[in-house]
Design a protein. Sequence first.
Length: 117
Amino acid sequence: MKLFDSELKVMSVLWQEGDMTAKRISDILKNEIGWNMNTTYTVIKKCIKKGAIKRSEPNFMCHALIKKEQVQEAETNELIDKIYDGSEDKLFAALIGRRKLSSDQIERLKQIIGELE
């Protein structure tokens, strides 16, 4: 399932806070990014249509039907395929080559790689 940036903003609220009313989501996004209620409700309805959110009554309760990790994995796979020709090692090299890593960060990466072997 492909979610656009606006849809990810709504989903992020649900992933962080759990089930809540559309009104509460609207209030949070108004404070965080200045969205009005109509914008938030429109995006919530798009997420419902895609099957990312389940709506229940009373009070237009919203429940995330997909997990953050599922979206992260799909977005990462798309990035690897689109930008790095399907090569995870090219992505990894690009990420670690961007800046100087501390010795602690290098050790943590070694642990992660060791766990994969």
